[in-house]
Design a binder for this molecule. Structure first.
Ligand code: IMP
Length: 204
């Protein structure tokens, strides 16, 4: 690889990444999952970044390049969402805007529960795609967690569809299980663990 090194901080082995996102919940989870040696600063564009791609990878790439081009340091783009096979993969890349504008987690969940009313197959999965852009090179890391959609809202922690998503192997939603379990098994945790393996190999 002919790559720029992730920006080193004073202590050797520390690195700093930019996260191109307005979503503070994602930032909080990413910071909680990554080791303290990797600091993540948020970057918000003054201009709304248009997530115009029809894949998670495409949108993560748009976000990562926008931050990298503006700030010139390694930048992470993150795109994620919920897919429900019984709904043909919806809400998918449109997860944040499922019930349209104004964006509302509650409205999205209500619409999801309505569309799933009476459906026997309640299986679902979350996907996260992380794209790291360094020196104009891009690296992609994907994570997925399987589960099912509850029949009603349960729990108050987390964000987005957490109150209706029950991960495989559990009988409570992410919003009931809380961050210690969610950040261990989530789609985001799985994508971040691949990113960490890459960064370790790269800086080691
Ligand atoms: P994005 O900012 O376009 O990636 O939007 C992602 C959307 O997917 C969020 O607004 C949530 O609705 C949903 N989502 C992604 N990750 C999670 C999660 O960890 N829990 C619950 N909902 C999520």
């Amino acid at each position: 690889f002919a790559l720029e090194r992730p920006q080193k901080l004073e202590k050797s082995g520390w690195m700093k990444l930019l996260l191109s996102s307005r979503n503070l919940h994602k930032l909080e989870e990413i910071r909680a999952i990554l080791p303290a040696t990797i600091t993540v600063d948020p970057w918000e564009s003054d201009v709304e970044i248009e997530e115009s791609a029809d894949t998670f990878e495409g949108n993560a790439l748009i976000k990562a390049y926008a931050g990298w081009q503006q700030k010139g340091i390694p930048c992470l783009g993150e795109d994620s969402g919920l897919s429900v096979p019984a709904l043909g993969g919806a809400p998918g890349v449109l997860s944040a805007r499922f019930a349209r504008e104004p964006r509302s987690d509650f409205a999205n969940i209500q619409l999801l529960l309505k569309q799933m009313d009476g459906l026997h197959d309640r299986s679902a999965y979350f996907t996260t795609v992380l794209v790291l852009v360094m020196n104009g090179n891009e690296f992609c890391f994907e994570g997925r967690v399987d589960g099912r959609i509850a029949t009603d809202i349960q729990g108050e922690m987390g964000f987005g569809y957490d109150p209706v998503f029950i991960p495989e192997g559990y009988d409570q939603t992410f919003a009931e299980l809380g961050p210690s379990i969610k950040n261990h098994i989530s789609h985001r945790a799985r994508a971040l663990s691949k990113l960490m393996a890459f960064l370790n190999a790269f800086s080691g």
